[in-house]
Design a protein around this ligand. Structure first.
Ligand SMILES: O=C(CO)COP(=O)(O)O
Length: 152
């Protein structure tokens, strides 16, 4: 598929999601990196977002809770270019009723070449990166040429 280059703005759009057994880990991580996260636009699935907000004081744009469609809402934001980084502490030990939605979110993040951190180490690397602080280039599907190709 043909790709095009986009440039992220200095203010990043960061989506934060954690499964129940991982929520405290994500809250602790957000507390540790509060100063890194605060200047950016933060999104979260319903419960994750509310807990992070309550525990850290960060402002989170809260979507609906994951099992009710929050993962899909984040996927939708990704297709609209409204997510630059996805931090998703998913639980590798617990099957979820909405596993198809989880898989769909991780898939759409791969399609749109979104940096994804699924654990504390990768999230540390992410916020520590100069790419998190400055602007960076990302290759994404070129939708116009994709559609032109399909329409013939
Ligand atoms: O289930 C989730 C991600 O798959 C997260 O949803 P909540 O933040 O509402 O718990």
């Amino acid at each position: 598929m043909q790709q095009k280059t986009i440039h992220t703005a200095a203010t990043k759009q960061v989506a934060l999601v954690a499964h129940d057994n991982k929520k405290q880990e994500l809250v602790a991580w957000c507390q540790k990196h509060k100063a890194d996260l605060a200047p950016h636009t933060l999104y979260g699935t319903g419960t994750t977002g509310a807990i992070i907000e309550r525990e850290t004081g960060l402002t989170i744009n809260k979507l609906i809770s994951g099992p009710l469609g929050g993962d899909q809402q984040i996927g939708s934001l990704i297709t609209e270019g409204k997510v630059d980084f996805l931090i998703f502490f998913w639980d590798p030990f617990q099957p979820m009723p909405h596993d198809p939605d989880v898989k769909a979110l991780l898939r759409i993040a791969a399609v749109w070449n979104i940096p994804v951190a699924c654990n504390r180490s990768s999230a540390d690397v992410m916020v520590g990166s100069t790419l998190f602080r400055g602007s960076f280039e990302r290759q994404v599907p070129d939708y116009d040429s994709y559609l032109k190709e399909r329409l013939g």
